[in-house]
Structure formats: C-alpha cells, structure tokens
Design a binder for this molecule. Structure first.
Ligand code: OGA
Ligand code: NI
Length: 354
C-alpha cells in the first residue's frame, strides 16, 4: 500500500535521525489551570502565565500544555475512531480519498506523488464550509467552497471528529489570546483574523517502518499557519530543532497534554519576536504511531504582515505583506502534484536590508 522504502524517496543525509536522541531537552511545560479555575480573576496568576508563554514562544516556539480544559473522554473517542479508520482496507479508505480539487479526506504516499513521508492521513476542516482559492487548473482568482468527506466506517467517526474539533478550537483561541497578551497587545487583538478561518485537523497514522533510518514520518518543515495544537500518542517521534544549537530534541509524550507550536503567521505578525520552529517526525520499526494536529489558520483573504503596533523606526517590518489564501493554495498544490518547484516559504517575503 505504498509503504515500501522507495530509494527515490530516501531522505538526504541531514534529514536522517541521529542515533543519539536527546529526550525532552527542556521544552517548556505550561499549566493552564489558571484559566479554568476561580484563579482566572487573579491578575498575578494570569501575568505569571503570560510571562511563561512569552518565554516559551521566544526560546522554543514550542511547548506542551496541561490542564487545558479539553476533556480526555473526547480525545479517547477521536483516537479510537482514528485507529479504526486507518485499520480499514485501503479500498474502503479510498472512498474518501482526496483529489486534485478537494484536498480533504484520505491520502497516502501512493496518491500524492510528491509526498516522501512515511504516513497516511485524513484531513477535515473545522468550519462546515470553508472558502479558499480554487485548487484546480485555474490561473485566475476563482474561489471554491470546501466540504468535508466523511467515511461510513466507523459510524461514530464524524461525530467524534466534530465534537473534538469544537473543543480544541476553544483551546486554540485561548492560546491565541494569551499570545496576544504576551506581545503586549489587547487580549482579542488577533481574534478577528480568524473569522472565516481555514483551519483544519489532520489525523496522522505512521505505520511501523522496516528501515526507520532511511525514512521520516514527516520531513523537516515549519507549519505555515498561525498556531498548531497537536495530540500525540505514547509512542513518540516528534522532534523540534532547538534554537540555541540546532540539535533535534525529542518531544516527550505526556498523557493528555497538547503540544503547541507557533506557525509562520505568528512569526510574521510578531515581526520575528517569535519564530516558527522547524520540526520533523521520526518513525520506528516496531510500533505504529498516531497523532492529531489542529492547524489554526486565518481567512483566505487575510493579508499577513507584521502588526503595526510592533513595528517602528527602530524595528522596521521584516516581511512584506502576503495573501494567506495564495500561500495555502501553493502549499496544497505542491503537496499533491509533482511540481518540481521549491515549496513556498515565508522567507520569500523577508525584507532584506540593503
Ligand atoms: C505536521 C506535524 C507532527 C506529528 O503534521 O505538521 O508536524 O507528531 N506533525 O505528527
Ligand atoms: Ni508540523
């Protein structure tokens, strides 16, 4: 089913996992219970939390949260449905397979020629109808409406996904508000950017890999959106590149915790106060692994640029404005078709000083 090691897809040397893996090398763990208790009115407790968020975003762009308010029962339900779905026959999964026009549903390395990653995936959007620029063969500015594809099996799949999405979206917005405060901005300063959001959830399955030193579950990359809220199981394999020395650090699985990372858009909004960290997933030969990232993305029409309050003459904008929908479209297309062009990166919008 497309999971043999194809030598054409062997990762370049720098992508290969190192033999010595550093465990948990200091990735911050943040307790959000202040937000969910009577303490939420305590300004001191809140300002302590904001300081922790600020440090975590500056030093790592990556942190884990506990006591986040998402029920573990909801999480068990989606994890169970996810496992049942990926264990279905390929023929069944192909009934909800993505295509050239609709990027939602199931795919594996077989039907995405450009994907080298050792995984299979199911994507669904978090707003019932999400508008994005057309992904088809059009050169003009047409729009399209995305709709989810739901499988018939397991029957509880759709409900589990929808309820989970609602709960994690709430958490994502709490985090965006904390990040806004940590940048010295009003709590709700960033919220309007997520009206008509293009956020989506990806169910990932990384089967055991017979040659784990030759492949990666996901090659090194930065998340292009605003914020990622990820659930990983107890297998482990996610690694983040430590800013101080470029070392790949394993993100330790903590039961029921969420792993948060800032994406490229927060890097641009904050004018690089916070950087979107590089990360990757290492596979192993014995155990399959499951994970569920929630990608919070703005509306397709949003023009992304450093926030006015955060730039001045001493600190001029480091990025020129770009359109999120076009960025998203280019990522989706290059993911699906073998375009032979470099993936669009925010560094392409970086303003270089003369
Ligand atoms: C991603 C990603 C990490 C994981 O899908 O962008 O980084 O642990 N996933 O699956
Ligand atoms: Ni990622």
């Amino acid at each position: 089913m497309g999971f043999e090691v194809d030598t054409a897809f062997v990762q370049p040397i720098e992508h290969r996992p190192k033999l010595t893996i550093l465990e948990a090398g200091g990735i911050p763990l943040i307790d959000l219970s202040v937000l969910n208790s009577q303490n939420s009115d305590d300004p001191e407790a809140l300002s302590g939390l904001i300081t922790e968020i600020e440090a975590a975003c500056q030093d790592w762009g990556f942190f884990q949260v506990i006591n986040h308010g998402v029920s573990s029962e909801l999480r068990r339900r989606i994890e169970t449905a996810q496992k049942k779905f990926f264990h279905l026959a390929l023929e069944e999964k192909h009934k909800v397979r993505r295509d050239m026009v609709n990027p939602l549903g199931y795919y594996d390395s077989e039907n995405t020629k450009n994907v080298r990653d050792w995984k299979e995936v199911f994507d669904f959007i978090i707003q019932d109808e999400t508008v994005i620029p057309s992904l088809g063969e059009t050169e003009n500015q047409e729009l399209q409406v995305l709709r989810n594809r739901w499988p018939d099996y397991p029957p509880e799949f759709r409900q589990a996904c929808s309820e989970y999405a609602r709960a994690v979206k709430k958490l994502a917005f709490k985090l965006v508000e904390l990040i806004s405060l940590s940048l010295g901005l009003p709590e709700k300063r960033l919220n309007d950017f997520f009206k008509d959001n293009t956020g989506f959830i990806r169910l990932n399955h990384y089967p055991p890999c017979p040659s784990p030193h030759l492949a990666l579950g996901v090659g090194r990359h930065k998340d292009g959106g605003a914020l990622t809220v990820l659930a990983q199981d107890d297998v482990g394999g996610l690694e983040v590149k430590r800013k101080t020395d470029g070392e790949w650090i394993r993100v330790k699985p903590i039961p029921d915790a969420y792993i948060i990372n800032v994406g490229d858009i927060i890097q641009v909004w904050s004018n690089e106060k916070y950087e979107s960290p590089e990360h990757r997933v290492v596979v192993n030969s014995e155990r399959e692994r499951f994970s569920i990232p929630f990608f919070l993305n703005p509306a397709h029409y949003l023009r992304v640029k450093p926030l006015e309050e955060l730039v001045d003459e001493q600190n001029p904008p480091k990025y020129s404005e770009y359109n999120w929908g076009e960025f998203f479209k280019s990522r989706k297309n290059s993911n699906f078709k073998k375009l032979g062009v470099e993936n669009l990166q925010i560094s392409h919008f970086k303003i270089t000083q003369q």
